[in-house]
Ligand binder design. Sequence first.
Ligand SMILES: [Zn+2]
Length: 262
Amino acid sequence: MIVYIILMEKMKDMKILLCRIFIMAVMIALASFSHTASLAGDVKGRVVCIDPGHQLHADSSPDPIGPGSATTKACVSSGTSGVVAGPEHAVVLDVGLRLRDLLTTQGITVVMTRTTADVSICNSERAAIANEAKADLCIRLHCDAGSKHICIMLNPVKIQGWTDDIYDESLKAAGIVQTAYSTYTGIPDGGLTPRSDMTGFNWSDVPVILPEMLEMQNVDDDKLAATPEFRQKMAEGLEKGIVEYLETLPPKHAGTSGYVIR
Ligand SMILES: [Zn+2]
């Protein structure tokens, strides 16, 4: 009987010990999970470069379309304009500033290639700004000159030595942002258009995309682009897509448990 009681006591001790070990293991697992989760899906500290396309005055001086290229395009073209929305360069700047504020609120660092209309920055120089900032994504904001009620997304073609290193991520970002933007704004999705001749793509060392957010010769799109409410909606649609893309990226900083430094 005494042996039995001692045995029972021992088993009780064992149960308590096992219970303690189990609770400790659960707590460790939870702690490491929350640590991983806070880094993996966290957009805070990410860097986004916003390049509102064009500028007040076009600049036709030659700008090589890629590093070492003999082919040149205009430094910056004039862009299109809407009857009521006004010039493209002003619409995309307004949307860009709204997008900057939305992303900044999320803890994302935003680098603007321009914040005013009257600047003189070639497309290759705009790419250099995003490269210098080591941006996680560069988004070049434009409106198309077409007359359909549609939005399209331009993405780089894979060119050895120019865009081969940013092709995959750019394509992924293009798809995510295009879907989010089209869904949120209600502007029909015209899909992706890969381009090999875009100076701002070929000089880029960071993932880069170019949404043609609407078509300014379309009467309805022109009217939409003229209102502050819809410009805000455009910015919000882009924000949703950008955040969704950034959340797909691997953790940025090396923590105590060996995360990769990018
Ligand atoms: Zn444009």
